[in-house]
Write a protein that binds this ligand. Sequence first.
Ligand code: SF4
Ligand code: SF4
Length: 85
Amino acid sequence: MAKKKGETIVTVYPAWCKGCGICVNFCPGKVLEFDEHGKAYVARMEECIGCGFCELHCPDFAISVVAKDKKDNKNNSEHKDEGKN
Ligand code: SF4
Ligand code: SF4
């Protein structure tokens, strides 16, 4: 899993979030906040260090943390052999 800022994409599924606050309170990057409905949302994606805490500790499995390059590879073929060879 990526460990540098800005290398991950965090998604909160509001339908599953019960607003317990674990992710909001313990995210080391303060990435997550509550919206007006008391559900967590991604407020500062660029601060995410990809630690995976939120995904691991959300009791309702309402968060997913994915490395950006994994997502990119699905529909972006522009990345060639960067830095290799
Ligand atoms: S992966 Fe870590 S830094 Fe990123 S939003 Fe979750 S708890 Fe915060
Ligand atoms: S840990 Fe899960 S249920 Fe709790 S506030 Fe965060 S997303 Fe919602």
